[in-house]
Every structure is written in C-alpha cells, then in structure tokens.
Design a binder for this molecule. Structure first.
Ligand code: UD1
Ligand code: CA
Length: 477
C-alpha cells in the first residue's frame, strides 16, 4: 500500500447544521469531525495530505494548524461542488501513485477500513475504486449503479436519481481511490449538467468507465462507518455509535462499564484494565485512568490523570491529578492544577484549584482550597476557606506536614502554617503560625447572663430558660 496523496474535502458550509461553526469543526467523542477523518488517514502514512477549506476558512485553518500541521491547505473560494474542490486540490500537481479522496464529515471511518480499501484498489490495479455500503436508509446519499453483471457503471446523486434508482440501497461513502494520472485526466472533463449545477466528483467514475478504464465498487462490512454528518440529528447518531464503539473496545480490554449507554469516553482517553466506570460518567480529553480506579456514578473528568486505585464519586475534575488510592467526592469540584497525593482525600462539597495536597492529607468537608501547598498527613477541618484573592491578586498559602486546621478556619493568603501546627476552630489566620504552635484568631466568648429573660420575655425561649432556671434553683436548695 503506497498512498501518494490524500485529499480531504472540507470546504462545505454545512447549511443543514444551521450553525455559525463550520460543519467539520463540530465534535463528537472529543475530536472534530475533521479530526476523526485525519486520525483515520494517519494510518495510511501517505506522502501528503491536502485539505480543501472554504466556509469558515480562518477557523478551519487554525484547527488544521493545531491537529495536522504538516497538511497542505487548499482554499476553495466558491463552492462549485465536490468535483471542483478536488480539481483545486490537484491543480499544479501530477500525483503518480494512488490518490485517496474523502470527505471531512465522515467521523466513523476507521484507518483499518481505509487501509483495506486502498489495498483492494491497488491489488485490482483499478483506475478508480469507490467505497460503498449497503445502507438501511439510503436517502440523501449517492447511489451505486451496477450493470446486469454487477459491474460498477456510475454513481447517481439522490437529487438526480429516478424512482428506480432511489430504491437502490448501495450508497457511495464518498471515499475514492484513484490512479493519480487517470484522475487528473478525467477530472478535467467534469460538467455541471445536474440538478445542483455543481461539478460532482462522483461523475469521474462514469467518465473513467466510458473511456474503458477498469473501475471497482468495494463494499464495506459495517455501513455505520460510512455515515456522513450533515445535520445535528446525524451528529447525535454518530456520537452514540462512536460511544458504543469506544465502550465496546474498553470493555474488551478489561474495563468494567456498568451502564454503557450513559458512559461517554472520548476517543482520546486512555484507560487500563480493571478500571470501573459507573453510570452517568463522562471521561474527556487526555484523561488517563490507571488500574483499579473506580469512577462514578455521575462523574466528569476532563484532562485528568487518575492513579491506580483512586475513587472518584459524583464529582467534576478538570486538569487535575488524583493520586494512588486517593478518595474524591461526593460533590467535589477539582479545578485546574489540583494535585492530590497518594491516599489523600477531597470530600463532600470541597472545591480545589491550583493546589497540591500531600499524601495522606485530607480535606473532608465543605471547603475551598485555592493556590495552596499542603504537606503530608495534614487535616483541613470542615468549612475551611483558603482566602487566596485580595480583590486584585491571587496569593499562596503553605500548610506543612501533620497540621490540624480547625473547622471553619479562614486562612488569609499569603500565610504559612508550620509543620505540626494547629489552628483553633473559627479562626481568621492572617499571620504565619510557627511549627508546633496553635494559631488562635477569634474573639473571646462572653456570656451575658439573663439576657433572654430581659430582652425576649414571653417567648418560648424565655419560658424554656425560666423552667431550667427554676429546676436548677430547686436542685441547688
Ligand atoms: C456526497 C456525494 C454522495 C455521497 C455522500 C457521502 C457528491 C456529489 N456526492 O454527497 O454521492 O453519498 O457525499 O457522504 O460528491 N465539499 C467541498 N466543496 C464543495 C462541496 C462539498 O469541499 O464545493 C465538501 C464538503 O465540505 C463535505 C464533502 O465535500 O465534506 C461532501 O459534500 P456534501 O455537500 O456533504 O455532499 P453530500 O451531499 O453528502
Ligand atoms: Ca455529506
């Protein structure tokens, strides 16, 4: 297999998407539609990739620069059809070997299927091959017209098809392989004498056939791979199919997914065997999850690194590291730059950001921890707030090893708590607490005796207090 040039057609507006975002930039399973196609194409190791862009050019080009910086971008100013787009991509080029052309809106195609298709095309020494599929609902696709011997004759578009042709279930996937020189000669002959007044790339097949070249229709086993995304319904269909494909692959690799229909894993995620995913969980981006970790239910992880045996329950984490055997949740929000050490804990209603929590340390309940470094074996009491923002700048808080921060402590950054130190519950800590000290930063309590009887007489509180007083007096007599 030696693919010379791959041409990806991605200039279309995607009118049916009704979106300000160019169609090929819509994403499913963590990649843009175009990103999925380019990922599959990568497997072919072609000499060059040319991508035709048009609608939303600046956005599409910026995306390509990010995900496929080596590709050549070709600009199609006016949408003259798929044939016109391919002509532009070939202009000034005379590829000698195999040219593969496909659309940027078919995210389900796999590299394996493309490679198999190219291998068949090259083995048959065809001038052109088209990848086809038996589709249960062929509406909207080009149909494959074969003669009585089953030989490919041409492709007819839905809009140009007669009633009999519309009953054909074999569709054009929009993936073609050509012998380069023959493609260049035939594509010059396209005309726009059709229902849409466009140059159809599909007509190259009929042109080559009429000049006596051998052409082939190669059918794919799984028609879902050829699904094109033209509207949001098809976008959701392909998302669901990709979800199932990805989940199946991980389950076969040893991941337990207790409810695959509600578990969404991006194509870019890396899991390990013996990971368990519970219902309603979504694992996005470049997240990695190590063996024995238990995620969910209802947990969303984006670009996180989850170490072996960690547990994350009903929580959201972004750009965070969760250490070996650490426990997170329920209802915990870990934001960018959170690093939880081994066997540490971030419990219920805790929000953390840009913080490293040492191994064995715990933030069990109702706290905000931002811009902090916390040592090992420390405990942050319930309802502690790390006050990191003075209204203008963010400041850092340092907490040492084996520290006990009392419940409801306010740590006003920048501040530092030494190893083994304590803070008294309810303290507002504005000055450093040295190692081994207790920081007490709160008003001394004072009891005003008899206040309720004087100021709230006749209320249930006053009556309850009086009854207690009476019985105390009696007991004291
Ligand atoms: C096309 C095929 C159809 C096939 C289907 C498979 C033609 C004429 N028809 O139809 O036989 O069954 O794909 O999904 O080729 N594009 C450009 N420039 C243009 C027009 C289109 O770059 O001027 C790009 C689009 O961005 C898209 C691809 O070509 O990625 C296909 O165009 P689209 O309009 O989606 O064609 P379909 O109607 O789906
Ligand atoms: Ca399409």
């Amino acid at each position: 297999m030696a693919v010379q040039t791959v041409i990806v057609l991605a200039a279309g507006e995607g009118k049916r998407m009704k979106s300000v975002t160019p169609k090929v930039l819509h994403s499913v399973a963590g990649r843009s539609l175009l990103g999925h196609v380019l990922h599959a194409v990568k497997q072919l190791q072609s000499t060059e990739v040319r991508i035709v862009v048009g609608s939303g050019r600046a956005l599409v080009e910026a995306h390509i620069a990010e995900i496929a910086p080596n590709a050549t971008v070709v600009f199609q100013e006016h949408r003259g059809g798929t044939g016109h787009a391919a002509q532009l991509a070939l202009a000034g080029n005379s590829p000698k070997g195999t040219v593969l052309i496909l659309a940027g809106d078919t995210p389900m195609l796999t590299g394996d299927s493309l490679a198999q298709f190219v291998t068949s095309h090259e083995a048959g020494e065809f001038a052109a091959s088209v990848l086809t599929a038996e589709h249960p609902d062929p509406t909207g696709y080009g149909r494959i017209i074969r003669d009585e011997n089953g030989e490919l004759l041409r492709i007819v578009e839905e809009k140009d098809a007669n009633e009999d042709e519309k009953f054909i279930f074999e569709i054009n996937s929009g993936v073609y392989a050509f012998e380069g020189e023959k493609l260049v000669a035939a594509i010059a002959k396209l005309t726009n004498a059709n229902a849409q007044g466009e140059l159809y790339l599909t007509d190259v097949i009929g042109i080559l056939k009429n000049t006596g070249e051998s052409i082939a229709a190669i059918m794919i086993d799984d028609f879902t791979e050829t699904l094109g995304v033209n509207d949001r319904v098809q976008l959701a269909e392909s998302a669901a199919l990709l979800r199932d494909r990805i989940n199946d692959q991980w389950m076969r690799a040893g991941v337990t997914i207790s409810d695959p229909t509600t578990t969404w894993i991006d194509a870019t995620v890396e899991l390990t065997n013996d990971v368990t995913l519970h219902p309603g969980s979504a694992i996005f981006g470049n997240t990695k999850v190590a063996a024995g970790a238990v995620i969910g239910p209802r947990t969303t992880l984006t670009d996180c690194d989850i170490k072996a045996g960690a547990q994350v329950l009903e929580s959201i984490a972004v750009l965070s590291v969760i250490g070996e055997g650490a426990k997170v949740g329920p209802f915990t929000y870990l934001r960018q730059g959170t690093v939880l050490g081994d066997a540490s804990k971030a419990g219920a209603f805790v929000e953390m950001k840009n913080t490293s929590l040492g191994s064995g340390s715990k933030v069990p309940h109702l706290s905000y921890v931002g811009d902090a470094t916390i040592g090992e074996g420390s405990n942050i009491g319930a309802a502690t707030i790390f006050v990191n923002y003075d209204g203008v700048k963010k400041h850092h808080t340092t907490v040492g090893d084996q520290v006990r921060i009392g419940s409801d402590t306010i740590l006003v950054a920048p501040v530092s708590i030494g190893d083994g130190a304590y803070t008294a519950a309810g303290s507002v800590i504005t000055e450093d607490v040295p190692a081994g000290a207790i920081g007490v930063g709160r008003a001394r309590q004072r009891n005003v005796i008899g206040w309720v009887m004087r100021k709230r007489s006749g209320t249930p509180a006053a009556r309850a207090a009086q009854a207690t007083e009476a019985s105390t007096d009696k007991n004291e007599q």
